[in-house]
Design a protein around this ligand. Structure first.
Ligand code: ATP
Length: 251
């Protein structure tokens, strides 16, 4: 990807974190033989076994698989919400995310990872702009800069004009756009989205997936998105197929 492609006109003064973190084309995030077992003994569930993958800047990696194949478990581990029971997750700066103390994981999550939830995860009493602002408040960004960055993030997802609306006043697709704006506002190098279109009708799902693909390409973010919708898989740059917690194909 060219430098021009990495910098959007309305964001010209910012180099995306992805570009800073992996200038030599190294993965922004790498999973190495990740396993996750829930429980112990005879009732243990092997949700993931030996899963390896690399997420690259500017690339949309789609994880697909049937219900129960381990998609959520994998994305939670990549997003620092859970830890593997074997193997490891590595950041571009050499740190092993899955071995960091909880406070450091929290810091990585706030600064480097944007997470998009299937059920949007918006705070109902806050406006669209206030929801998007939350990660910046957690980072201690000053109010003037917060306002500017929230405006830019809402414009990026096509929601300028909807800043004051509460989630219940927005359609499902618009709510997920707010969720995407919130995930991107802190300029993360990694975007993790677990079935982000799972609660949307197929037309809306396609436009939300197109939006994710476009921001991933234009901002140089490394994205890992799960879905079991074959139509959405078409938007992927690369597909990783899970079955019973194992990688079937990666291509
Ligand atoms: N906290 C948990 N405790 C025990 N088993 C779990 C837990 N979380 C997930 N599992 C099991 O791990 C396996 C993988 O679940 P996971 O939710 O990752 O699949 P999925 O592909 O995301 O499914 P879906 O598409 O239905 O969301 C399933 O057998 C599930 O029951």
């Amino acid at each position: 990807m060219t430098d021009e492609a990495r910098t959007t006109p309305d964001d010209a003064r910012t180099t995306p974190d992805a570009a800073r973190a992996a200038p030599d084309g190294a993965p922004v995030l790498r999973a190495d033989r990740v396993g996750r077992v829930f429980g112990r003994g005879a009732t243990a569930v092997h949700a993931l076994s030996d899963v390896s993958l690399a997420a690259h800047a500017g690339e949309l990696l789609v994880v697909r698989g049937p219900s129960g194949s381990g998609k959520t478990t994998l994305l939670n581990i990549l997003g620092g919400l859970d830890r593997p029971t074997s193997g490891g997750v590595h950041l571009a700066d050499g740190r092993e995310l899955s071995a960091l103390p909880e406070t450091e994981v929290l810091d990585v999550r706030r600064r480097r990872i944007g997470y998009v939830f299937q059920s949007f995860g918006l705070i109902p009493v806050l406006s669209a702009a206030e929801n998007v602002e939350v990660p910046l408040r957690l980072q201690g960004v000053d109010p003037a800069e917060r306002a500017e960055r929230v405006d830019r993030a809402l414009a990026l997802v096509g929601l300028d004009g909807h800043a004051a609306q509460r989630p219940y006043e927005l359609s499902g697709g618009q709510q997920q756009r707010v969720g995407i704006a919130r995930a991107l506002v802190a300029e993360p190098s990694i975007l993790v989205a677990d079935e982000p279109t799972g609660q949307l009708d197929s037309g809306t799902a396609a436009t939300v997936m197109d939006l994710i693909r476009d921001v991933v390409h234009s901002r140089g973010v490394a994205a890992v998105v799960s879905t079991h919708d074959p139509l959405l898989v078409r938007r992927a740059d690369r597909v990783l197929e899970l079955h019973d917690g194992r990688v079937l194909t990666a291509g």
